[in-house]
Design a protein around this ligand. Structure first.
Ligand SMILES: C[S@@+](CC[C@H](N)C(=O)[O-])C[C@H]1O[C@@H](n2cnc3c(N)ncnc32)[C@H](O)[C@@H]1O
Length: 449
């Protein structure tokens, strides 16, 4: 045990020093929690070294604390009581407290904050104090609160604010019915997206996205989810794929179909970084209209002017995507659907492929205990950390269960993706590690791949 503790301390030391060096290389200073101006690195995709160091640091700190603290203490602190945190955060978000505290480096008395947002000041102080204990806000003197490096991420202009509202409301409320949903004889084993904990709590029969689209009172939830997804993408550094996959090796004029690409967040990143590619964006008609008329003219006019982008509406359950593309890219699509629907989508892609086409599925690939031949291809944490980095990669499991709560969906393991692909006539080529999520590359299952 002493050896394990020394090894964990050594991992903490090495990873923390590595992060310190990563920051100081850029601007000569490690950011402080009190900083309310972003560090230049905050808006950039992390280097693989810094990303790895954060995962090791978080995993090792959590493992060390779980090892050395009394177990009943840890169960209370890390599992039971944390359930209150989303509710406290929701109060702060509803009140837009980060906005209220903006440009107030010396802080503001809670009596004044309470007056602006109409919440009882003594109660608000207790909520802000709890959040301050985790560095989201700081109590600079008694009852005077200021922003921190974390709370400025929740300014209402930041898409993370919308994500926070969605998670602290839709997800948190839905999660209260998870145990009841799993215990339900019909809903427990069901893969119907309308048999979710979210449906139990909202007591209505539509899958979440349809409910938001069809009920006028719920449309704001759909809108904030859409904005929130931009915040999610930035926080999880989804754009790492733009540099980490060898798009540059594709010949000039090679075609990439972003299937279910929404308004094109990823296609825009690709079009900007790799102007030699021709992009095809496919999604439901409303998204295509929004992409063509609003998003691309503002975000990527060069691709429009140079005719490097084509928009084509699709229902991927009813038809195949544009035929003959070099790469079919599917990000965060399959995790929302049961296996039968995924096979339909992938068979459509298979039908559209030409010899040499590739499919790139960009999702989390869940790491489980044990190391199958396929799982060997994923990076494993250094001992004595859990092989999956434990708390250092907790987001994949959080998202997996969020999907279960909201739409009865879920993330998959690499083995499950490979099986789905084979059932659709595709063959596994390799897995790419893009940091948070991974890319599962497939080819048409015949001839040379
Ligand atoms: C979670 S979003 C992912 C969007 C994008 N790939 C990304 O990662 O930002 C799922 C996308 O699938 C699209 N979608 C859902 N059902 C569809 C269908 N039947 N045909 C085409 N697109 C669909 C949605 O409109 C949405 O844009």
């Amino acid at each position: 045990m002493v050896d394990e503790i020394s090894a964990l301390l050594s991992l903490i030391n090495t990873s923390a020093r590595s992060l310190e060096r990563g920051y100081t290389d850029e601007r000569g200073r490690v950011p402080s929690l009190d900083d309310t101006e972003p560090h230049p690195l905050d808006g950039q995709i992390s280097s693989p070294e810094m990303r790895e160091a954060v995962q090791v640091l978080e995993g090792a700190c959590a493992q060390l604390c779980a090892t050395l603290a009394r177990p009943n203490h840890t169960v209370l602190n890390k599992f039971f009581m944390t359930a209150l945190e989303p509710s406290c955060l929701r109060v702060a978000l509803n009140c837009k407290i980060p906005d209220i505290l903006q440009h107030k480096p010396a802080g503001m008395h809670v009596a004044d904050i309470g007056k602006i947002c109409g919440v009882d000041a003594p109660k608000l102080a207790r909520i802000l104090r709890l959040l301050s204990a985790k560095h989201c806000f700081q109590e600079v003197e008694r009852d005077v609160f200021a922003n921190t490096r974390l709370s400025v991420q929740l300014l209402s202009a930041n898409p993370l604010y919308s994500l926070g509202l969605h998670m602290t409301e839709d997800t948190t409320q839905g999660a209260t019915q998870l145990a009841e949903t799993l215990a339900d004889a019909e809903w427990g084993p069901s893969t119907d997206p309308a048999h979710s904990a979210f449906n139990k709590v909202t007591n209505q029969p539509l899958p979440m996205f349809d409910f938001w689209a069809q009920d006028p009172e719920m449309q704001s939830h759909g809108t904030r989810f859409g904005i929130g997804m931009l915040g999610w993408g930035t926080a999880v550094e989804a754009e790492a794929v733009v540099r980490a996959y060898p798009w540059h090796a594709l010949p000039r004029g090679a075609t990439v179909c972003d299937l279910g690409g929404g308004v094109g967040a990823m296609a825009i990143a690709l079009a900007r970084a790799h102007p030699h590619l021709r992009l095809k964006l496919q999604d439901l008609p409303a998204r295509m209209a929004q992409a063509r008329a609003v998003v691309w003219p503002a975000e990527c006019p060069a691709a429009l002017a140079e005719d490097r982008i084509e928009f084509k509406a699709i229902d991927f359950f009813a038809e195949a995507p544009i035929a003959g593309c070099d790469v079919y890219y599917l990000k965060n699509i399959l995790h929302a659907f049961p296996a039968a629907e995924c096979r339909t989508i992938l068979k459509g892609v298979r039908q559209a492929m030409k010899p040499g086409s590739r499919v790139l599925i960009h999702e989390y690939t869940l790491q489980t205990a044990g190391r199958s031949a396929l799982q060997q291809q994923l990076t494993h944490a250094p001992a004595p950390l859990l092989g999956n980095y434990g708390a250092g990669r907790i987001r994949q499991y959080h998202l997996d269960v969020s999907l279960m709560v909201l739409v009865n969906g879920g993330e998959r393991t690499l083995e499950e993706y490979v099986q789905l692909a084979e059932e659709a006539g595709l063959r596994f080529v390799r897995v790419w590690e893009f940091g948070d999520m991974n890319g599962v590359e497939l080819c048409a299952g015949e001839g040379e791949c």
